[in-house]
Design a protein around this ligand. Structure first.
Ligand code: ASP
Length: 338
């Protein structure tokens, strides 16, 4: 927790005019749609991803194109041990990527345990648009990607390989809560996801998730991010939700679907995220003390809300008013648990 605070402090100094406000809703909702849309993303790296997405939205592009663009930025421009080409591998030293994309009209696509293809979110979009299926995994997903013109390339970086070699000395699978991001070799961050939600100037919603999943996971493990309803759910009638944190908890609770359904029943995005976190705690009260789960949601008129199990979850908000805002989510537990 201390590391995260320090990191955020550093970021405020270095990252242009990024702001951090606790529990602040991101501007008047209706005007967001009228002024070209809004895009929100998990974590501090969401600022850069949002800006990539905003280039589409501000040019009148669709929410779907925007979230694909934002996720592609995270997969290749960002070098982070939890997303895309710089991701940490599984316990066998193999980097496997998970991604999903969903349009507010119900169309969706996903890939899981994809190896050696650098833009899983775009492969997920091709699954959505060019196959009768929703999800492809492993070798089949890779074959499909290559047939679609994606190039196979070794993605595991020397830094990630070194981190894995160091991890093997103790070989303990231990998800960490919000540790400081460390872009040096031997990095300590061991899980996070870019979850992105957008609404465009026509009021259409879309979302995307992309991640390398939990570092040092079992080979073949799939998290929530590529599972529609767990890590991502979008419905133009209501709103959209995405998640980050230990994916098994999201899967157990069909959590992103739950958040959207709670909004359908009349909750605000913030109330729905909070209620979903309460569900996670109720289901596994002891476990929830030592792992992180975070939800981010946006209603069909652009209102934004978030909630987490533990402090330290930040999310980025971008619209015509401001492209670099960073907000801190409220959480169930206080800093003592982290
Ligand atoms: N949800 C991701 C997974 O379980 C990891 C994360 O977002 O922290 O694969």
């Amino acid at each position: 927790m201390k590391g995260r605070r320090k990191f955020l402090g550093d970021m405020a100094l270095t990252a242009a005019a990024a702001s951090l406000a606790r529990g602040v809703m991101a501007g008047p909702a209706q005007s967001a749609v009228a002024s070209g849309g809004r895009v929100v993303s998990t974590w501090d790296f969401g600022v850069g991803a949002n800006q990539a997405a905003w280039r589409k939205l501000s040019a009148g592009g669709s929410a779907l194109d925007a979230v694909e663009q934002g996720a592609r930025w995270a997969e290749s421009e960002l070098c982070n041990p939890t997303v895309g080409r710089c991701g940490n591998p599984d316990r066998d030293g193999v980097l496997t990527l998970d991604a999903s994309i969903m349009d507010g009209d119900g169309r969706c696509g996903a890939v899981a345990a994809l190896e050696d293809i650098d833009h899983p979110v775009s492969v997920a979009r091709r699954v959505m648009e060019d196959t009768p299926h929703v999800m492809l995994v492993g070798e089949g997903a890779q074959q499909f990607a290559m047939a679609q013109g994606f190039h196979k390339q070794r993605l595991l970086t020397p830094e990630a390989e070194q981190a894995w070699q160091e991890w093997r000395e103790r070989a303990e699978y231990q998800p960490r809560i919000n540790v400081e991001r460390n872009l040096k070799p031997g990095n300590k961050e061991n899980h996070d996801t870019l979850g992105m939600l957008a609404i465009d100037g026509n009021g259409r919603l879309a979302g995307a998730c992309t991640t390398s999943g939990m570092a040092w996971k079992m080979h073949g493990r799939v998290g929530d991010s590529p599972l529609i309803g767990a890590g991502l759910y979008v419905d133009n009638e209501v709103g959209a939700a995405t998640a980050s944190g230990v994916g098994e908890e999201m899967i157990r609770n069909a959590a992103s679907f739950l958040v959207v359904e709670l909004m359908r029943q009349g909750m605000t995005p913030m109330q729905a995220c909070r209620a979903a976190i309460a569900r996670v705690v109720r289901k596994r009260p002891e476990a929830s003390k030592s792992l992180q789960v975070c939800f981010l949601a946006m209603s069909r008129d652009g209102e934004v809300g978030a909630f987490a199990l533990h402090p330290g979850f930040v999310y980025a908000v971008c619209d015509a008013g401001r492209q670099d805002a960073l907000h801190a989510s409220d959480a169930v537990y206080d800093g003592a648990a982290t």
